[in-house]
Ligand binder design. Structure first.
Ligand SMILES: [Zn+2]
Length: 153
């Protein structure tokens, strides 16, 4: 058993252990018919193999989650664009925005396309945001020309 079956380039690591751990190791080594040294080496090898496997599994789980998130995002975008295609075939000047109960005039802090004519409303310009009672409704912003064209008053 102690006969070296591989070249002696293994490193020697010494460590102090409490007396009860020493007797546990000796008993376990005896039970397995191994040397204490061999037992410790296989326990360490098993432990690090286990850690490697766990880390590999975690990588896989993270990869799966990222893939899932990408798919969910893609599906959400597809559903959203499908909904948009139904509601607005391109820029539809005939749109009446039935969900909107009021138009709130705001100064834009970033460019947003007009929901009716698709013209970009620049930062600093006035946009008219549709107020909807449905908090999940898509945000609608119109340009001044479209608000005028809808002849609300
Ligand atoms: Zn417009």
């Amino acid at each position: 058993m102690a006969k070296p079956d591989r070249p002696r380039k293994d490193r020697l690591i010494q460590t102090r252990v409490p007396r009860d751990l020493e007797s546990t190791l000796k008993e376990e080594a005896q039970r397995r018919r191994q040397t204490v040294s061999h037992l410790i080496r296989s326990v360490l090898e098993d432990t690090f193999q286990l850690v490697d496997d766990v880390v590999a599994d975690v990588d896989e789980i993270v990869g799966d989650s990222a893939r899932l998130a990408r798919n969910v995002g893609r599906n959400a975008r597809r559903i959203m664009s499908a909904g948009r295609d139904e509601a607005e075939p391109g820029a539809s000047p005939d749109q009446t925005f039935p969900d909107v109960y009021a138009w709130n005039e705001l100064v834009l802090n970033r460019e947003i396309p007009c929901a009716r004519c698709d013209t970009p409303i620049a930062k600093g310009e006035r946009g008219f945001f549709g107020m909807s009672e449905d908090p999940t409704a898509a945000r609608v912003c119109l340009c001044g020309a479209c608000i005028d064209a809808m002849s609300l008053s």
